[in-house]
Each structure stands twice: as structure tokens, then as C-alpha cells.
Design a protein around this ligand. Structure first.
Ligand code: VG1
Ligand code: CO
Length: 545
């Protein structure tokens, strides 16, 4: 075995977005593309003690992992831990980094984006706190990627790829290799947070659940924890096998892409009591009751309001945080609990700083992401177990818990409209014009809606004082109604405009409105203010969640 020094040409498109570097799989397969980015990460590593590597099992996962291991050995990383079979969910990676005090981790996933040769691939780099690298680090990696000329990789001679299918320790060149069981540490952590005994009793009484793994990474985790440890009936977990093409699914747990689960939960006969799904890399969650959908913004609020029933959170919450576009339901809970509520830009790294400083305990995003101080990533299965714990402790179903929540706090109707595959020039034009119009909006009235404030969100991190500007346009109307506009940082097909609509009501007579009915007035105002239809030449959003 010897080290090859391979010439590479720098790339200009390796700036990681909201959630790592995400590109079409074909781009990652072009010569030196992955290698260039990985070497850039290694060039920025001050601490080369130990890394964890794993992914969501999507197409190209195995090849990329083999490349990364050989590059890690050539770059003199002391130790590399690899999830058996190359499988590791994003939350489990965060758990392992923290538990074993590693220098960081490399997670291969494009999250909820489809996989396969025509789909997407991605690389995320997490630091020693277990969370996504902060901007200072990702920018340094990006600068490296633009100027490096060479990468180092171990030449295995005739040995072929390293066997990662069996757990155990070995040595590769000077690097210690440990293949570990990807579920164990994560399951042990969950056991410290939730009342597993109580959840076991719930399943014993015949409580029926359906968990859709979407043929992505969480299948093995859910099977082991739900069916194995907690005694849910066999078959509770469906689509539980991680597949390279996710079984042709779009592994995004929402009402559109988790259609099978939604149909089962809304079936007039024999719908299970509780339904849930996660995304490609396991950090997102969707929560359903029988014939009932819980918006992610409501879910965060319900978890906060019921946290005292869950062992890991019984001591109380330090504070809560939500991303700016996320509905304000959790704000109402924080006010009642008398704890701070932080509003951050989109992306988990901002929560990481608050969690590290012990300012918050729970946090969440409208995009089906919820998490807590237990790790530094959002955590799909954790949210599902949290819900199970609440259901078991309260003896109420999902719908009853949410309706009771609305009676106490009011209802935040919420909807997100996505316009996908846009010409970037059109999307940028819309945002630019919208920003230009902001100063004139205050005090103006659109139908029944009077603008209270309008700004381009900028965030000052309370911990390090760093300022992030241009984080989305928010237009606040009287009586807690809001519109938010921002461009996606994770799409790989042209640009995506996200319009977030929120309307708060505290009249129980209105609680049965359908969310789309409730926000239809706001949707018209959004078009009037941002000229969506004319600038984008679209008559309706592509996806509503
Ligand atoms: C989307 C979501 C955002 C989330 C990000 C990463 O970003 O809106 O809330 O943090 O994905 O999630 P954007 O920029 O496309 O809106 V994941 O599950 O990819 O780690
Ligand atoms: Co994800």
C-alpha cells in the first residue's frame, strides 16, 4: 500500500448550502469532484484524531465511503469509525461524534432529495459538537476547494475495497478503522430520554402504529427500536429496508411524498392510531394521527407544552428556538412557560450555537425538523418517540392532544407554497423587487390585512455576535398573520421559491377550517405584493405542505 498524490483542478461550485454540499449524482461522479471536496475538508482539519463516516445508503454511498476511507488514511487521520454497511443516519452520526468525543464526521446524503444516477448526492461535514459545520468552517473549506491542486489517496493495490459489512477493528496504513453497529449508540441514547417502559405498555394494549422508513436510512433504527425494544407488532415499520434508489420514492416525509402512509392513516377502516415517517437521512419527521395531520410547527409546540411528561425533559426547558419561517405556535407555549424563544435563520447550525451555550432545549423548523439538546442535528425518530411518550403518558390520541393544545394556546394555521424548478434569474428578480418594495409596505392595507412590519431578516447570533443577513423576507400583518419569502438553499434543479403563510386564530369556531382555506386570503396578498404569477409565470405552487 502506498499513498497516491493525484493532481486535481479546483472547483468553483463547492460552497455548501443550508445542509452541506448537494449536487446531482452525476456531478459527484465526475473526475475528482468528491475527492476535491473531501481533501478540502481534510486540509481544514486542525484536529485529526477521529472521524465518523456513514450515509443514508443512497446510490453511490458505498463508492464514496470507500474513497473517503482511503483518503482519510492517506491524510493521516488517526481513527475512522464507519457505520456497518456504510449506514448511518444524520442524528446517529451526531450522537456518535458526541458520545466518543470525535473530531467530527462526514455524512453522505442529499437528505430528502431523491437518489439514484438521475437523483442527488451530498456530503455534509459535522464538527466536534456533532452539528453541521458553522459558516466559518464551510467557507474555509470552500476557499480550499477553489485552490487545491492535489489530493491524497491510499492505493490499495490488489486489495480492492475495504470490507465494511462486518463490525470490528482493523488497521489501514496508519489509520485505525472501526466498523460499528449504526443503531446501538443511538438506541441507547433514546433509552435515556424516553419512558420506554410506558411506551412498551402502550403497544401491549393494542396501540397500532405505522412507521414509513421510505426505504431510506431510518428503517433499521425504527425496526430495532419500535419493533425490537418497544415491542410494537412486526410490520409496524413499512418500507424499512434502505435501498440505493429509495424504492423509487422521494424520501421526503410530507403529505405529497409519503402518500402511502397518508392513505393508510386516512383509510376509513382500520387506520392505525399513529403514523410517522422520516426522510432520506433520518433527521426529519412527519406525525399523523388517525385521519389527522400535525403541522411541524404545531408538533414543536406540542412537544414543548408536554415536555414535562418525558423523563429526559422533566427538569424543564431552558428555552426554545424555531427558524424564522416556522409557525409561531411554539412562541405561545414559551410565553406561557416563561422561557425564552429564539428566532433563527433556516438551517440547523444556528440552533447548534444556542444548544452549545445551553440557552435552549428544544428547537424546530417548519420543514419537518425537530430536535433537542440531546444531539446537534434534528432528529426524526426522536420526535416520533417523543410523541409516543406523550401519547402513552396522557392516554390520549394524536388528534385529541393537538385539539386540546389549540384550546389552550389558539391555532396557528400554517402552509408553505413551493415554486420549484424556476429560472434562477426570475426567482432572483422576484426577491430583488420584493426587497425594494419593503420600505413602502408598512401601514399599507391589502384587503383585510394591514402590514405591521416588513423586513429582510437578519440575525445576530446571541452567542458569538456574528450577523447573518438576507435570511428571508418577512411581512407581518396585524393580529399575528405573516408571510415569509425565501429561496431554497438545498434544491438542485434551478431555483425554488418558498412562500410561508401563517394566520393565528383563537376562536374555536374557526379551528375546523382547512389550512388552505384559512390562508387563502394571505396567498392572494402574497401574489399582490410579490407578483408571483407574473414574474414566475406560474399559476399555482408545485408543492403545498
Ligand atoms: C430545507 C429546509 C430547511 C432545512 C434544510 C435542510 O432548506 O427548508 O428548513 O434546514 O432543508 O434539511 P431550503 O434552503 O431548501 O429551504 V435536511 O433534512 O436536508 O438536512
Ligand atoms: Co434530512
Amino acid at each position: 500500500m502506498r499513498i497516491n498524490y493525484v493532481k486535481t483542478t479546483p472547483f468553483n461550485d463547492q460552497r455548501p448550502g443550508t445542509s452541506g454540499l448537494r449536487k446531482k449524482t452525476n456531478v459527484f461522479k465526475t473526475d475528482n469532484y468528491l475527492e476535491n471536496f473531501i481533501q478540502s475538508i481534510f486540509n481544514c482539519l486542525a484536529d485529526k484524531r477521529a472521524l465518523v463516516v456513514g450515509g443514508d445508503g443512497r446510490y453511490h454511498n458505498d463508492k464514496a465511503i470507500d474513497t473517503i476511507i482511503r483518503m482519510a488514511a492517506a491524510n493521516e487521520i488517526d481513527k475512522v469509525m464507519i457505520g456497518r454497511g456504510g449506514i448511518l443516519s444524520t442524528p446517529a452520526a451526531s450522537c456518535v461524534i458526541r458520545k466518543y468525543g470525535l473530531s467530527g464526521g462526514i455524512i453522505l446524503s442529499a437528505s430528502h432529495n431523491p437518489g439514484g444516477p438521475e437523483g442527488d448526492f451530498g456530503v455534509k461535514f459535522n464538527t466536534a459538537n456533532g452539528g453541521p459545520a458553522p459558516e466559518s468552517v464551510t467557507e474555509a473549506i470552500f476557499r480550499q476547494s477553489q485552490r487545491i491542486t492535489e489530493y491524497k489517496i491510499l492505493n490499495m493495490g490488489d486489495l480492492g475495497p475495504l470490507d465494511i459489512e462486518h463490525t470490528g477493528k482493523s488497521r489501514l496504513y496508519e489509520t485505525q478503522i472501526e466498523i460499528f453497529e449504526p443503531v446501538s449508540d443511538y438506541a441507547a441514547l433514546m433509552n435515556t430520554l424516553f419512558d420506554f417502559e410506558r411506551i412498551r405498555l402502550l403497544f401491549k394494549t393494542g396501540f397500532l402504529m405505522r412507521y414509513d422508513g421510505m426505504n431510506a436510512v431510518t428503517g433499521p433504527y425504527a425496526k430495532s427500536i419500535l419493533e425490537g425494544i418497544l415491542g410494537a407488532p412486526q410490520g409496524t415499520v413499512v418500507n424499512g429496508e434502505p435501498l440505493a434508489d429509495f424504492g423509487g420514492r422521494h424520501p421526503d416525509p410530507n403529505l405529497v411524498y409519503a402518500k402511502e402512509l397518508v392513505e393508510a392513516m386516512y383509510s376509513p377502516k382500520d387506520a392505525p392510531d399513529f403514523g410517522a415517517a422520516s426522510d432520506g437521512d433520518g433527521d426529519r419527521n412527519m406525525i399523523l394521527g388517525r385521519g389527522f395531520f400535525v403541522t411541524p410547527s404545531d408538533s414543536l409546540a406540542v412537544l414543548a407544552a408536554n415536555a414535562h411528561l418525558v423523563p429526559g425533559y422533566m427538569g424543564g426547558l431552558k428555552g426554545v428556538a424555531r427558524s424564522m419561517p416556522t409557525g409561531k405556535a411554539v412562541d405561545m407555549v414559551a410565553a406561557k412557560l416563561g422561557i425564552p424563544c429564539y428566532e433563527t435563520p433556516t438551517g440547523w447550525k444556528f440552533f447548534g450555537a444556542l444548544l452549545d451555550a445551553d440557552l435552549v432545549t428544544l428547537c424546530g423548523e417548519e420543514s419537518f425538523g425537530t430536535g433537542s439538546s440531546h444531539i446537534r442535528e434534528k432528529d426524526g425518530l426522536w420526535a416520533v418517540l417523543f410523541w409516543l411518550n406523550i401519547i402513552a403518558a396522557r392516554g390520549l390520541g394524536v388528534e385529541a392532544i393537538v385539539r386540546d393544545h389549540w384550546m389552550r394556546f389558539g391555532r396557528n394555521f400554517y402552509s408553505r407554497h413551493d415554486y420549484e424548478g424556476l429560472e434562477p434569474s426570475a426567482a432572483n428578480l422576484l426577491m430583488a423587487r420584493l426587497k425594494d418594495s419593503l420600505p413602502g409596505l408598512k401601514g399599507r392595507t391589502f384587503g383585510a390585512y394591514r402590514v405591521e412590519s416588513a423586513d429582510d431578516f437578519s440575525y445576530t447570533d446571541p452567542v458569538d455576535g456574528l450577523i447573518s443577513t438576507g435570511q428571508g423576507v418577512r411581512i407581518v400583518f396585524e393580529d399575528i398573520k405573516r408571510l415569509v419569502f425565501r429561496l431554497s438553499g438545498t434544491g438542485t434543479n434551478g431555483a425554488t421559491l418558498r412562500v410561508y403563510l401563517e394566520r393565528y386564530e383563537k376562536d374555536p369556531g374557526l379551528y375546523n377550517l382547512k389550512p388552505e382555506e384559512a390562508v387563502s386570503g394571505l396567498a392572494s396578498v402574497a401574489d399582490e405584493i410579490a407578483h408571483i404569477k407574473t414574474i414566475l409565470k406560474r399559476s399555482a405552487p408545485d408543492v403545498i405542505t
